[in-house]
Design a binder for this molecule. Structure first.
Ligand code: ACO
Length: 328
């Protein structure tokens, strides 16, 4: 079914500080060669100590609205996907409103880890299709550098900071919009990737800090296997629902966690390498923000033309997954 909405504008905001693999070599026992071979990451962006997630998202939202030619006052819903919220409450979406000085539009966070932006896009489509909204800003941002253990070489090399936003609007264009999508979750896998403390299960205490329970805990091997399985299954289902084959895909943008996960997923789905977009080498894994960052960069690089069929697929903590086939 074709929903009557389109991505009208995109924008990103990346912190300027670049952290290279060579610099990480002086922090933990690792090497540029190990990181590049196992992950495909060469560098990532890192926010300053004073920067919160909403500080990155607010300028990304401004940039997306400017790109769309939409005044901030015309936004009627603000969705923010993040795993690194400014505060437990209120939502980061409300902090973004505060940063932008806007009041009125509904503002809420979507917590689905790295799948968050695709989950939020699904919600935006439902709101627009039902007539509840016309202009939804679907934003994502992460300051992962504040929730990784910089003494743990197994995780600290993987993540980066950044933000992106898209303006998703109702449209009369019949050749635009979502051709098919699916989403899902398996909560029984919650513990393969999580932040154990800081919520109501284990509120912050001297013990949780001493145990380093406020940082990313991950079973890397299990995440790798589940990621490839979840994304390839979900992406194939989305193509089938859209009555498309892998050769019909003009551009595939998978979640940017690791080049080996991207490569294994792309090959299982059957999309050629040259039609797969990659930002992981320059930005690392920016969790929920990776797909909208890549979408914006693909557009800016001239890799998206009107009518193109774009396959987006992601997985994340939860475990969550989602795929969307867009006609650009
Ligand atoms: N530098 C050097 N050596 C390292 C590093 C490092 N940065 N990290 C781990 N090692 C070592 C390990 O300690 C281990 O040594 P040992 O055999 O002496 O114990 C050795 O390298 C091999 O470790 P493995 O974990 O088997 O390495 P693997 O090839 O599986 O790669 C990796 C690890 C990159 C983490 C991989 O499992 C992976 O990519 N998993 C997915 C992780 C991921 O993408 N997480 C984010 C998902 S979040 C999200 O996007 C939803």
């Amino acid at each position: 079914m074709i929903h009557s909405f389109e991505v009208r504008g995109t924008g990103i905001f990346m912190p300027p500080r670049v952290l290279t693999n060579q610099e990480i070599e002086s922090m933990v026992d690792t090497s540029d060669q190990w990181i590049v071979e196992r992950t495909g990451i060469s560098e990532r962006r890192i926010a300053s100590a004073e920067t919160s997630t909403s500080d990155l998202i607010a300028p990304a939202v401004r940039n997306a609205c400017e790109d769309a030619g939409l005044a901030l006052e015309e936004v009627d819903t603000l969705l923010v996907a993040t795993s690194t919220p400014d505060t437990m409450f209120p939502s980061t979406a409300c902090w973004v409103q505060e940063r932008l000085g806007i009041r009125g539009p509904a503002a809420l966070d979507v917590a689905a880890g790295c799948t968050g932006w695709l989950y939020a896009l699904e919600l935006a489509g439902a709101l627009i299709s039902s007539g509840r909204a016309r202009n939804v800003v679907v934003a994502a941002g992460e300051v992962m550098s504040k929730v990784v253990d910089w003494t743990d070489r197994r995780t600290c090399v993987l993540f980066g900071d950044g933000a992106a936003a898209a303006v998703v609007s109702a449209t009369d264009r019949e050749d635009a919009g979502v051709l098919a999508s699916n989403w899902g979750a398996d909560g029984t896998l919650a513990q393969i990737l999580y932040q154990p403390a800081g919520g109501t299960q284990r509120p912050a205490s001297a013990e949780t800090i001493a145990e380093k329970a406020h940082v990313v805990h991950m079973d890397g091997g299990a995440v790798f296997r589940q990621a490839v399985r979840a994304m390839s299954t979900s992406a194939k289902q989305a193509l089938e629902s859209a009555s498309l084959t892998p050769t019909d895909v003009d551009l595939m943008i998978p979640h940017q966690a690791n080049i080996r996960i991207i490569e294994a997923t792309r090959s299982r789905v059957g999309v050629p390498l040259e039609r797969t977009f990659n930002t992981v080498s320059r930005y690392g894994n920016v969790s929920a923000a990776t797909i909208p960052i890549a979408l914006h960069e693909a557009k800016t690089a001239g890799k998206l033309n009107p009518g193109d069929r774009v396959l987006l697929t992601s997985f994340g903590t939860g475990l969550t997954w989602a795929s969307t086939v867009l006609r650009w």
